[in-house]
Write a protein that binds this ligand. Sequence first.
Ligand SMILES: Nc1nc2c(ncn2[C@@H]2O[C@H](COP(=O)(O)OP(=O)(O)OP(=O)(O)O)[C@@H](O)[C@H]2O)c(=O)[nH]1
Length: 443
Amino acid sequence: MNAGETIPVTVLGGSLGAGKTTLLNHLLTHAGDRDIAVLVNDMGSVNVDAELVAEESDLAVGNGVTELSNGCICCELQDDLETAVVRLARERSFDHLVVEASGVSEPGPVARLFVTSRAAARYDVAGLATVVDSRLFADTFGGGDPDRTVAEEGDGSVRPLSDLLVEQVESADLVVLNKRDLVSDAELAAVRDAVEALRPGATVVETAHGDVDVDLLLSDLHDPDAPVGWRAALEDGTGDGGGEDDHAEHADADRDDRDDHGHGHSDHSDHDHDHDETPHAEATYGVTSFVYRRRAPLDPDGAAAVLGDLPDSVVRAKGSLWVAGAEDVHYTYSQAGPSAYVAAAGPWVASRPEFEQDTYRRNHPELDWHDDHGDRRTELVFIGRGMDEAALAAALDAHLLDPGASADAGDYPTEPGAEVALAEPTRERESVPTAGAASESGR
Ligand SMILES: Nc1nc2c(ncn2[C@@H]2O[C@H](COP(=O)(O)OP(=O)(O)OP(=O)(O)O)[C@@H](O)[C@H]2O)c(=O)[nH]1
């Protein structure tokens, strides 16, 4: 980059578990000659996504991948985000910055930071890309009626998560309808209709496993003045009848009311910083997170039973698994709504030859190393609403074994990249070909 030139930045948003990290990894492996810097925000205190991105690419956390954890960059971590991106631009030269916002971030305020803060001198917003979990969107909005989504009201001060889905779509320049393998053609068409009504003019693409056209993703798509569907209808009075106009007005009033309390973000350029100590995700959507961390392996069947049948209060769970009977394999676990998978990510660093361990640890000083067990650990982040943390921890603790205990990990795959489903959506659907990696679950 020449001095004075700005760096394009793409903000990647989308709901918890929609496939942002999967898409980011696809982007990094198909980036060609482009030098891409990545900043990953995760709301738990463990940044699972940053680790997954670093693992799947040549980038290392602290080098190519910058992480901001334990909060939300659209809100309590805004200052940290500003500092991090300004420092990045000063210390390294690169062609494009991609910011993966946490699943509870509103992308609008994140993008505005690149327009209104010190970062504005260095960066230009190229686009806001929102990854949509098509299955979740279809389930949340049933027939895809956008009016229904606007009319949703929270109980007390807590807004429904569906509000956030809507806001993430409303501010997008590019909407990626991901997980198309999990919906029928008719459901996908309904989701597309709803998305186009919420954000007319946005580019909409359909993908499985984040398989998006990289040139499109990184292109200059941003239109800060693009109309938000229902608001545009309200302003030019194109609602189809009095009833609907009343409806829209009500939604607008509801939104203004929230803004007075500092929790509605998308309408205002001066993002309101009037927060108390409660993180934005918790105060606004009732979303909390906790980490389950043990230096012991889990019994394979017990882990599958608990992690394949999490209570409905858990919206998203992910992390690393140490499984008895397969102690050399670093497993990752990922649950989003009705889907839960365990994937073999390769050997633990502690299972590699000693010289490789030394090199790896030198290059990854952030790696949490235990004298006896190295990096082997069970470390899971749970994100949800009204979770009984103690009960969940106790359910997992009941299946902890001593390191080295004999067990049969028969159903767990060992080949790197292979995965097994612990839970899958049961809904009937037409089959749609997937573009994803080979899977032992037969997806
Ligand atoms: N069936 C199916 N699963 C997918 C697809 N894309 C991603 N997944 C899976 O969905 C889970 C969540 O994907 P991630 O990429 O981690 O989602 P994310 O948006 O980064 O998640 P958070 O950062 O926690 O909000 C993982 O188990 C992925 O393998 C898809 O198109 N179809």
